[in-house]
Design a protein around this ligand. Structure first.
Ligand code: GDP
Ligand code: IMO
Ligand code: MG
Length: 445
């Protein structure tokens, strides 16, 4: 066994949409395997190259690199309807996918009726809505934990149809009890019965993909010395345990989630790359201390094209929250930071950054768990913006001094180096710091 070879993890440090997909795509040439470990079609990871844009929901972001093995781990929840659509979008021949996309049989299925349940439960919550993507994530994970769910491997058993029908009937009964009218439901533009038919044909395509046990597949690859990158979905502040509960998703989005969602021991985790935006966004409900509710917020949304990759909803925008970032670094054991969307702040004359919160007249520099947003006032430091475009800059070191000062403030606060800055959506718009630790890890010095 190759004990020294460890899997690296890349994940989001905020409320999702930090640009994880883009960064995984950039780093993939240095890895043999890219593996998703949690979440499902609630994720929307955007990749831009050769003037084309792709949005991936379940399929790992290494898929466009020939020779990379892409793994969908046991911790992911699978919607065959959505995966089928994703596969169509990729435009990669099925024979090639047989060599590059591997799905764990232990991964749970999102049934069409899980989506119905998601809608019924959200609907019932009224003002307390989480703002779920309504992809059936919560109900599918609920069935997993309740031991009533269906795994991909169950599809090979003679009892599958019966089990499927039993679970569906149970969901329909609960949805009806919640007062939800099935006839009102349209899923991705289709009435329930049509959606279900398309779901089953998607299932046939999913079943035809190479099936693995992710724990065996990934550990054997590590034993053979392969470089493995685990790709997180959502963000740390949406984690089921450490996020702003109940305004969270239903999985562990943190580094520990990679262990559980792939079957890799904690001692086999290597570097942890934490991705964060140069500001903050959140889509859906829940506390967001640094949210900007005036014209500056609209400006960030416009400049950053902050509309959900999965749902198209406008994202709430705000300033960078350093205590929250520090918390995320701690929970994940982040060893290298990657800052994205620095270019979105190009036209800001002043940039604010939250360094503490005031709660009941007292200053706190850790996220106060008990406080709601209304009781929490962010304390800001104001920095000078660089107020110029970055298109002509080709090295990290040549970035404007004001931007380097911004980076220094962040590093000083969280005590982890920023190794990479992303300055545009395209794969090529990336600046890696000279001598950065990440270069040694990727062996590109
Ligand atoms: P993910 O879910 O973390 O993969 O992020 P999303 O893809 O949902 O959202 C990030 C958005 O920002 C996408 O539209 C990306 O194409 C885009 N993006 C990523 N990095 C940058 C960057 O450095 N600058 C700009 N302007 N856009 C970026
Ligand atoms: P990526 O991987 C941003 C949010 C939803 C909602 C909450 C619960 O693209 O970063 P769910 O559908 O899981 O029941 O929704 O979590 N959410 C995301 N926000 N990016 C995501 O994924 C998200 N996945 C879920 O908006 O507030
Ligand atoms: Mg996203």
């Amino acid at each position: 066994m190759n004990d020294t070879n460890k899997a690296d993890v890349l994940l989001g440090l905020q409320w999702g949409d930090e640009g994880k997909g883009k960064i995984v795509d950039v780093l993939t040439p240095h890895y043999k395997m890219v593996a998703r470990f949690q979440g499902g079609p609630n994720a929307g990871h955007t990749l831009v190259f050769e003037d084309k844009k792709y949005i991936l929901h379940t399929i790992p972001s290494g898929i466009f690199h020939k020779g990379c093995l892409n793994v969908v781990g046991n911790g992911v929840v699978l919607d065959p309807f959505i995966i089928n659509k994703e596969l169509d979008q990729l435009n990669i021949p099925d024979e090639e996918l047989q060599e590059s996309l591997f799905v764990c049989g232990k991964a749970h299925l999102i049934l069409p009726s899980h989506r119905l349940m998601d809608a019924a439960i959200e609907n019932k919550k009224g003002k307390l809505k989480i703002g779920s993507t309504l992809k059936g994530i919560g109900p599918a994970y609920t069935d997993k934990v309740a031991r009533t769910g269906l795994r991909l491997s169950d599809t090979a058993t003679p009892e599958f149809d019966e089990k499927y029908d039993r679970l569906k009937q149970e969901h329909l009964r609960i949805a009806k009890d919640l007062g939800y009218d099935l006839r009102e439901l349209v899923l991705d533009g289709l009435p329930f019965d049509d959606y279900e038919k398309a779901w089953f044909s998607g299932l046939e395509r999913l079943k035809a993909l190479p099936r693995i046990q992710s724990e065996v597949f990934v550990n054997e690859a590590l034993d053979k010395g392969a470089r493995v990158l685990a790709e997180g979905a959502q963000g740390t502040l949406l984690d089921i345990d450490f996020g702003s509960y109940p305004y969270v998703t239903s999985s562990n989005t943190i580094t520990a989630g990679a262990c559980v969602g792939l079957g890799v021991a904690p001692s086999r985790i290597g570097e942890v790359f934490g991705v964060f935006k140069a500001y903050c966004t959140r889509v859906g409900s829940g506390p967001f201390p640094t949210e900007i509710l005036d014209a500056d917020g609209d400006r960030l949304r416009d400049e950053g094209h902050e509309y959900g990759s999965t749902t198209g909803r406008p994202r709430r925008c705000g300033w960078l929250d350093l205590p929250a970032l520090k918390y995320a670094v701690m929970i994940n054991g982040v060893s290298r930071l990657i800052m994205t969307k620095a270019d979105v702040l190009n036209s800001m004359e002043k940039i604010r950054v939250c360094v503490a919160y005031k709660v009941d007249g007292e200053s706190h520099d850790v996220v106060p768990l008990s406080a709601g947003q209304q009781d929490m006032e962010p304390i800001y430091e104001e920095l000078r913006g660089w107020n110029r475009p970055l298109d002509d800059i080709h090295t990290f070191e040549a970035l404007p001094q004001e931007l380097l000062d911004y980076v220094a403030v962040i590093e000083d606060f969280v005590k982890v180096p920023v190794d990479i800055i992303s300055v545009g959506a395209d794969r090529k718009e990336i600046l890696i710091r000279k001598g950065a630790g990440i270069l040694q890890r990727l062996s590109v010095v």
